[in-house]
Structures are given as C-alpha cells and as structure tokens.
Design a protein around this ligand. Structure first.
Ligand code: XMP
Length: 523
C-alpha cells in the first residue's frame, strides 16, 4: 500500500465477514493508529512483508468446526507479531493452536458481565467487572497450550484467553461496539501497550494516503462526480480534487427543487474558491414538467431518480465529447453505513418504505469504474476530513437534505408557487435556527408545505391560505428520531416571521411526532 509506512505503526485486521469489521478499524483509528483490513486468507509471508505491529482477527458468522470454515494461514502464529482474536477470531486461535471449541447449548447474545484479570495488560486501568456485548454460539472448552483464562462470564470460564509469552489473545465478546462501554480501552491497551503502536495517525495522514491511492487508481484518467452540495459528495470532491486536480469534473444538477441560493453557494465554493472544474446543468424545467400534477410520493421519488440519471448521463456524454482523455471513472461519496445498508437492504422490508434517490444505477449503465474514497469512513469522520480539507462549517456540519429535495416537502402536486412558499419558509427556519444556535444541535430542521388551506385574519381582512408544518428532530443516524423540545420563543419567532414574510401562508404548526411511527420527511 502506498506510503503507509510514513504514517508510522500499523495494525492489520483480517476480516472473517463480521458486520463489525469496519467498526474495529474505526476504533483503531480512534487510537490514532493506521489500520488496514485484509481478507482472512492473506498469506503469512504477505503479512510479514507489510510489517504490522499487531494483527486483529475479526468476528464472523461461521463456526470453526464447519467444513468450509474460513481459516488463516497458520504460519501467522509464528510471526512473533501480537494477535488479538475477537469472537470467531478467538475461537479460531483456540482451535488452530490445539484447544477445543464446541457448540454451546445456549447461544449467548446480548449484554453480559465480565470478571477480568486486572493484572492482564489488556485490562490495564480497567475495573475488574465490565459490561460486555456477546454474540456467539460456540465456546472454548479446552485451552491451547500456553494459554490461560484472563476473564470469565457467567456462561463461560474462557471469555478472555491469552498466551502472554507469545502475546496472542482472544476475546469472546465484541470490544468494538458501543454496548461494550469500556471496549475501546481494551482495544487501546492491545494497540498501544501490547503492540507498542504510537499515536501518529491523523486525518491528515488519511488524506495523504487516500490521495496516493486515488492517483494510483486513476492514473491519467478522468473522473466525474455528481455533486449535490451535501456533506458526502462535497468532501469527496475536495479530496479527489486534492489528489488529481483538473482530472476531476463535478456535475451539479439544478433540478428546480433546491433550497434558496443553494446553487449559487455550491458554485461559489467549488468553482470560485476551490477552482474545481464544475458543470451546472439547469434542468429545473425538465423536472418540474415531469412532476406536474403528480401527487403520489413514491411516484415523485421515482420520477426524480430516473430524471436525474438521464440528465447526469447526458451531461457525462457531453463532457466526454468536449474534453479529451479517458473518462472511465465515476466518483461517489459512499460512506460505510451506505455500504452496510445496501447489503442489509436485500430482504429488509424497511428499505421499501421510501425509495431513496441516489446514483446507484449509474455505474452499471455507463460502464464506469467507481472511485469511492470515503467508503470506509463514518459520517463524523467524513466531517473531520472535510474540515481538514478546508471546507467551511456550513458544508461539513450541514443538516441532511433529501435527494428529491423540496419535492417531498411540498405535499401533493408541485407548482412553482408552492416551491416558492416552502423555499422562503425553509430559509427563515435555517436563519432562525442558526441565530439561536440550535441549527447544529439538531439532526434536521425544516418547513413542509401542507395541502391545507384555513381561515385567518390579517388586519381586518379574512384570509384563506396555506399551512406550513415545522419539523425539527434529533437523531443519531436518521433511522429513529425524536421531535425536539425547542424553546417556545424560537418557535414563536419562526412562526411570526413565516406568516409575516411568506406570501400565501397564514398558519404554522409544529410536528410533534417521532420516528417511528412517523418518518422524518413527510413524503
Ligand atoms: P425518513 O423520511 O425516511 O428520512 O425518516 C431519514 C433521513 O433520510 C433523509 N432522506 C433522504 N436522503 N435521499 C437522501 O439522500 C432521499 O431520497 C431521502 N429521503 C429521506 C431524510 O432527510 C432523513 O435525514
């Protein structure tokens, strides 16, 4: 791997297919140590050449005694490099080194209490009783030679094992998940105390390394990126631009469903400030024509998704014609949770609640090779990378905005007049949330235009006008959400301003539903 040695010490994680492998990598990054995930079957000679200071064997869905169980090259145990097996990784260590692993009568799933041997390096500075998260069906019934138990739970006398001479350890539980509250310290003890890694890795090192990888992947080729102005595509654009400069062109589609001044802000930042090649496609008319008279939310989403692909394809084709070079790459700001979600989506009915708008269909249709430099990161890490690259707070800390834009915030059919009302109301919400320092504290805060008119009075005049609903929610990941108890004063200010300033609106309501059962967006 390109210049990883310049970032100092490294941990290699051998992946056995656990859903948590990337979380382990993240925890190692939190120790400010570089980590690399490699397939479980990586040869010991390759590992030796990579010179890691430690190896972590991830969990995985298999049983070590299954016929096709994934196995490591046993020579890794002779490398003299500290090893930590987690869950399946631990059972493999025990199995490979001469212990016995058996199916347990009871699958252990959920929280457990660990009694830890506090003298063990792994538990340095930790209390003797720890809450841990279990998820396994097998257990170790006989330890390999040289190993002893370093921790036990109610169901297992061998919840933690170790050969302290060879520095090979195993944890039956998952230290990487939040449900093991002190798990991070256990991993820190492994990485720093046992492997001796220093804290040299920073987001700056991530940027250097990723830029080198992008250059290697792309060579002299040209990359196209669909820029939405959201956090992920913005950070991806800035990062790829840092790596390959003018070989990158961003395509920004103005679908007529954007917020006030959004297009100008994106152009100003990327074209004028970062000097990134950028094409804006003015497709507002096209989208609004297609959407005319459509009231069904799913249909709106489908129309917008399809139209986006068509517009993007046409822009990419034009670009190929007008710019020489090999246009072979499509960049996307895919993050790790997107990767996981698209995997778990198969068979998951939750995915059918709303069809999310993305460029998923593009790579296959246009025979692009993907460039996805953020694929291993979590959202907060992407924000850190963005800040490091010099993107302003308004971009890196921006609230999520749905791909179909204001179309799903105008309930019922969409007209330019309704878009104007929701756009103006939205601006007021953003302004007031920022002014009161609430904007960055919540997950999302926005206005929805309802297809409801009601009677009001302005001066001495009777009015019969539209209703705006305010939606302000807090959430960790958008999967569940709570409505926020913002101070009444702020609600009052927003409501007064919307009614006074937005022509056509005479009533504002506050949405006090949580998700589930309501969703965050109204459509
Ligand atoms: P819901 O409405 O499903 O939204 O509770 C959860 C989160 O996802 C955002 N959202 C979208 N994001 N494309 C996106 O990129 C979409 O089509 C889309 N629909 C909803 C929503 O704003 C919230 O943060």
């Amino acid at each position: 791997m390109a210049n990883s040695s310049s970032s100092g010490d490294k941990i290699i994680i051998l992946d056995f297919g656990s859903q948590y492998t990337q979380v382990i990598a993240r925890r190692v990054r939190e120790c400010r140590v570089y980590s690399e995930i490699l397939p479980y079957r990586t040869k010991a000679s390759t590992l030796r050449a990579a010179r890691p200071k430690g190896i972590i064997l991830s969990g995985g869905p298999a049983s070590v005694y299954a016929r096709k169980a994934p196995k490591v090259d046993k020579a890794i145990y002779e490398l003299g490099i500290p090893i930590l097996g987690i869950c399946y990784g631990m059972q493999l260590v025990a199995h490979d080194l001469g212990g016995t692993v058996e199916r347990s009568n009871q699958r252990e799933y959920g929280p457990g209490k660990l009694e830890a041997d506090r003298k063990a390096q792994l538990f340095h500075k930790l209390p003797s009783t720890l809450t841990v998260w279990n998820s396994h069906g097998d257990k170790i019934t006989k330890l390999p030679k040289g190993f002893r138990a370093l921790g036990k739970t109610e169901n297992s006398p061998h919840a933690v094992i170790g050969d302290t001479k060879r520095d090979i350890y195993g944890l039956q539980f998952h230290p990487e998940v939040a449900h093991t509250p002190k798990g991070k310290i256990i991993l820190e003890n492994f990485v720093h105390r046992i492997c001796g890694c220093r804290s040299l890795w920073t987001m700056g090192s991530f940027i250097d390394l990723t830029c080198a990888q992008i250059r290697t992947q792309v060579g002299e080729g040209r990359v196209i990126l669909g820029l939405s102005g959201g956090v992920d595509s913005s950070v991806a654009a800035a990062l790829i631009h840092q790596a390959i400069g003018d070989q990158l062109t961003c395509i920004f589609v103005d679908n007529g469903l954007l917020r006030a001044r959004e297009r100008e802000a994106v152009e100003k930042l990327f074209r004028d400030h970062f000097h990134i090649r950028m094409i804006t496609v003015d497709a507002a008319k096209r989208f609004l024509t297609k959407l005319r008279g459509v009231t069904d939310p799913e249909q709106k989403r489908k129309i917008i998704g399809n139209e986006f692909i068509k517009v993007f394809e046409a822009a990419a084709r034009d670009l190929k014609k007008s710019t020489p070079g090999h246009h072979r790459f499509l960049a996307q700001g895919t993050l790790y949770p997107d990767v996981i979600e698209s995997v778990s989506i198969s068979g998951n009915p939750a995915a059918l609640i709303k069809s999310h708008h993305n460029v998923g269909g593009l790579p296959e249709r246009m025979k692009f090779e993907l460039v996805e430099p953020l694929r291993q990161l979590f959202k907060d890490e992407v924000r850190e990378v963005g800040a490091e690259l010099g993107l302003p707070k308004e971009v890196v800390q921006r609230q999520p905005f749905p791909g179909p834009g204001l179309a799903v915030r105008v309930l019922g059919d969409i007209t330019p007049e309704k878009l104007r009302m929701v756009r103006e109301a939205d601006s007021i919400v953003i302004e007031e949330m920022k002014a009161s320092n609430w904007y960055y504290k919540v997950w999302q805060s926005f206005a929805v235009l309802l297809p409801v008119q009601s009677v009001g009075v302005m001066g001495d005049e009777r009015t019969y006008e539209n209703t705006v609903a305010l939606r302000i929610v807090e959430s960790r990941d958008g999967m569940t959400a709570n409505w926020v108890r913002v101070p009444y004063d702020i609600l009052a200010k927003i409501s007064t301003r919307i009614i006074n300033e937005v022509d056509g609106v005479n009533r504002v309501c506050y949405d006090i539903s949580s998700k589930p059962p309501a969703t965050i967006e109204w459509e």
